[in-house]
Design a protein around this ligand. Structure first.
Ligand code: PMT
Length: 403
């Protein structure tokens, strides 16, 4: 795959700045034209000469350089770029971007940029976990910035945790996929098709005041509903109890229990071209719902559960079945379990995600997916769910065409 694009790479001052040199090489290898902007502190870690040699272009660092301003000031650099990627992005540059502070070339360029902006954070794990950094990241995501990483692992400071810059090959693949998607997305890939999506958790009542549920927020399913609408589809969203607002133009069916979700989905499935099961449906529900509040008595209590009906498998088993896409939420053996579900439930595709980890999965703004179908697979690295949903919808449209 090639990236015939003009990439503006911002390098801020962290130890991971050395990895950005490899990033320039990978971008160039893919056919991209690259210009590099460095902050003053980035230049303490890597010489601008390295980036100049690798990119074949002079490196930019001064906001108010009279010579540079004549040739390629911050406005023209911002206009030149098809995308701006900041890698590594330190906690400091993230804080500046999220607050609109423009006190050097890179932060000013961000304000002037109208192209998509990607940020690949790199910092000590405690700095990444600090509440103010989390808030700054949430702000950037809300402002439409796309996040790549960071990854978990050993850090230069000797600690272990989230905060490692994603590897250059991962960043390059992420960008290649995103730019490829940009090339195709305007073509409303699901124009005129009806898409049924399930989202959120289910609640299985034990008595009038208690229920069994899970950590699903509905974010993944709602992002898919938005992405399918954007792709031109007519969308029906069957949603468990969540605190999200559904897009105006979807047909929203609110449900609580797995049984209600089953009935709602099954009554609609045959009218739709695609079914995406993003909901975290309870696998078991209490055999009886006690009509009165269960009283505290013995030291231990037993609840007898029974298996719920498998919505996904039953949709895929319909005579007039939609193109059926399942999700697999796994804490281990992701690929084996996902492939097993793909075959056992006779699905067209399955999107597998890790859950129970610090990043991605349930109730996170971000997620990563490994998608499988009979004859192939595709990985999507950690990114915000909005962007991930758009890329998954694009892949579903592609696979539907050849199915
Ligand atoms: O909602 P978020 O907070 O954004 O989190 C997103 C998510 C982690 C919930 C989502 O990405 C996801 O993985 N959804 C599926 C969760 C799940 O229940 O996975 P599973 O491996 O247990 O089930 C496999 C598939 O069977 C799923 O498509 C599920 O919808 C479906 N299923 C399960 C049980 C059942 N009775 N009927 C079903 O249709």
């Amino acid at each position: 795959m090639t990236i015939n694009k003009q990439i503006l790479l911002g390098v801020s001052g962290g130890i991971a700045a050395y990895k950005s040199a490899e990033l320039v090489r990978l971008f160039k290898k893919q056919g991209a034209e690259v210009q590099v902007v460095m902050t003053k502190s980035a230049m303490q870690f890597v010489s601008p000469l390295t980036f100049q040699a690798l990119s074949g272009n002079p490196v930019h660092s001064e906001l108010l350089d009279a010579d540079v301003e004549n040739a390629m000031g911050h406005i023209s650099l911002a206009r030149w770029a098809d995308c701006l990627i900041i890698a590594p992005a330190t906690a400091n540059i993230i804080a500046k971007l999220s607050h609109g502070i423009a006190d050097d070339l890179l932060s000013t360029l961000y304000l002037a940029a109208t192209c998509p902006v990607y940020v690949a954070p790199a910092m000590n794990q405690a700095m990444w976990n600090k509440a103010v950094t989390r808030e700054n990241i949430e702000t950037l995501l809300r402002h439409g910035v796309k996040l790549i990483g960071p990854e978990q692992g050993d850090q230069a400071c000797g600690e272990t945790g989230f905060g490692r810059l994603s590897e250059p090959v991962v960043i390059c693949k992420h960008l290649t996929d995103a730019l490829e998607y940009q090339n195709h997305s305007p073509v409303q890939c699901l124009q005129g098709l009806k898409v049924l999506i399930s989202a959120g958790p289910t609640r299985e009542p034990l008595d009038p005041v208690r229920y069994l549920t899970n950590r699903s927020s509905g974010k993944m399913g709602y992002a898919l509903a938005n992405a399918a609408l954007k792709a031109g589809a007519e969308v029906t969203l069957v949603s468990g109890p969540v605190s999200l607002t559904a897009p105006n133009n979807v047909q929203l069916i609110k449900v609580e229990t797995a049984r209600q979700m089953y009935d709602a989905v099954m009554s609609k499935a045959s009218e739709h071209a695609i079914y995406i099961g993003a909901a975290a449906v309870a696998d078991y529900s209490p055999v009886v719902m006690q009509p009165e509040k269960i009283k505290k008595q013995d030291a231990q209590a037993t609840i007898i559960l029974q298996k719920t009906k498998d919505i996904l498998a039953d949709v895929a088993g319909l005579d007039k079945r939609p193109f059926t896409v399942g999700f697999a939420a796994e804490t281990h053996n992701l690929e084996d379990y996902a492939r097993e579900k793909l075959i056992r439930k006779k699905l067209d595709m399955i999107a597998a995600n890790w859950v129970g980890q610090e990043q991605g999965g349930f109730d996170s703004e971000q997620n990563a997916l490994h998608v499988f179908w009979k004859s192939g697979d595709k990985t999507f690295s950690m990114m915000d769910k909005t962007q991930l949903a758009e890329q998954l919808i694009s892949l579903i449209a592609e696979r539907l065409k050849v199915s």
